[in-house]
Write a protein that binds this ligand. Sequence first.
Ligand code: G3P
Ligand code: MG
Length: 345
Amino acid sequence: SQVQDVHADKVKAAKNMAFVFDIDGVLVHGDRLIPQARRALEMLNGDNQLGLKIPHIFLTNGSGKPEKARTEQLARILQNPVSTDQFIQSHTPMRALAEYYNTVLVVGGEGYRCREVAEEYGFKDIVVPNDILAWESTIAPYRVFTEEERASSLPRDFARVNIDAILVFSDSRDYATDMQIIIDLLRSKINNGRLGTVARDPVSQRIPIYFSQGDLLCPTEHPIPRMSQGAFRIGLEAMYKALTGVELERVVYGKPELATYKYADEVIASWMEMLHGEERVPQNMYMIGDNPASDIVGGNMYGWNTCLVRTGVFQGGANDEENPASFGVFDNVWDAVAAACRKEL
Ligand code: G3P
Ligand code: MG
């Protein structure tokens, strides 16, 4: 019958679309739920006319916690299931670097949580700035290093340790200390990031540095967006250039970098297999983001439909002038999801 045909067409269309959600500024502000997010996710999790799950993944430039801990926290805030199999943080693709470097300096994040992340990714020998301070606290002259921090750090004789790469996983909690240690390592000699040395030719001996994302600003619980890892990186680049006369070469992950979107495709395909038994990327992809300079420009370049919401970094009028969203601008995530479903189903 016609009714059955219409239903079959809608099911087919539902299996040929998927959503990619940004988190901060779209679904939450810090620990606070953006109310329309709950309804949007409930609908995609099967509370819809078709009774069908519509695939969606989370692609965040957020960082600083192991994937399992972060998805559990988000599921509580969003009151919807969030699986690690549908979840990408800025440093998730950096897992692949564990194969290439033995000893790494991991920078950023709260306490020692980024050490945990790196351990989970399979990095063999992990150093965090506090380990270095516990060895030689004069390295950061203005830092007050507490006894508690000393007790939980893992000092060793870093004058004998070669650090092979620097990985900035998350926002620095102490720009002055972290920048000092990173600059020391970038300028060190013996080809391998040995603290306490300064290379005459800093470029040919420099160890590589990776950043998990490049956002300048991040929406938080504070009314005006706060500086994020991109601002930290630009500061470091300027210092390095001023001190050595040369540009700092570096690698940046996260949105809008191409590698991150390619990684997202793999995650979408395997999530599709989980939901619908077909390992493929649906034709109609919808990215919902609040930051034109990362979510929207990246999605546009990758050929996704992009939806810009007004609940985060973007606070402007009709559309962003530099990186306009291709599918449109919406007041909130529910409006964007509903519009996409109206178009496709
Ligand atoms: O800019 C830092 C980060 O918290 C942004 O996260 O979810 O908006 O990509 P998200
Ligand atoms: Mg965001």
